[in-house]
Design a binder for this molecule. Structure first.
Ligand code: 5GP
Ligand code: ZN
Length: 139
């Protein structure tokens, strides 16, 4: 269930050392080596999944509660005011390491803007049509 060529498999399973925040039988949580803010953490499953669509249900069910625990610990211990939970799928979405991971990024008062976008425009008809397209993709 691991990929011998995957850097996050090696980090998650302790073959490559990392600044570890937390470990259990399913996950290791490490600090990102290029942090967007102090304490920026990555939740890595120990098994290899390329992205969210490969993730198994048992792992998926555990990952969001863990992100919440890490975020709460950041608020308590680092004094951040909030945090973002970010998860990229695909090159165009900014994924650079193809082992599923969740970013937990502390947000400090007065800190830089990130994980934000300029709101676009919409019409009720356009939204209805797009919603219908996505719904069809669920089938
Ligand atoms: P992605 O862009 O795929 O969502 O996020 C990959 C993240 O992993 C980036 O923020 C990058 O800084 C981080 N990263 C890549 N390689 C390593 C590594 O070897 N060690 C650590 N600690 N972080 C890494
Ligand atoms: Zn992997």
């Amino acid at each position: 269930m691991t990929d011998k060529d995957c850097i996050f498999c090696k980090i998650a399973n302790g073959e490559i050392p990392s600044a570890s925040v937390y470990e259990d039988e399913n996950f290791r949580v490490i600090l990102d080596m290029g942090p967007a803010a102090k304490g920026h953490a990555l939740i890595l499953p120990k098994n290899h999944f390329k992205d969210l669509n490969e993730l198994d249900e048992a792992t998926a069910a555990k990952v969001l509660p863990l992100a919440g625990r890490i975020g709460a610990a950041m608020k308590k211990s680092l004094g951040c005011a909030g945090y973002n939970v970010v998860q990229n799928n695909g090159v165009e979405a900014g994924q650079t390491v193809f082992h599923f991971h969740v970013h937990v990024i502390p947000r400090y008062e007065g800190g830089p803007k990130m994980v934000e976008w300029e709101p676009g425009s919409s019409t009720p008809e356009g939204l209805a049509e797009t919603a219908k397209s996505i719904a069809q993709g669920l089938n």
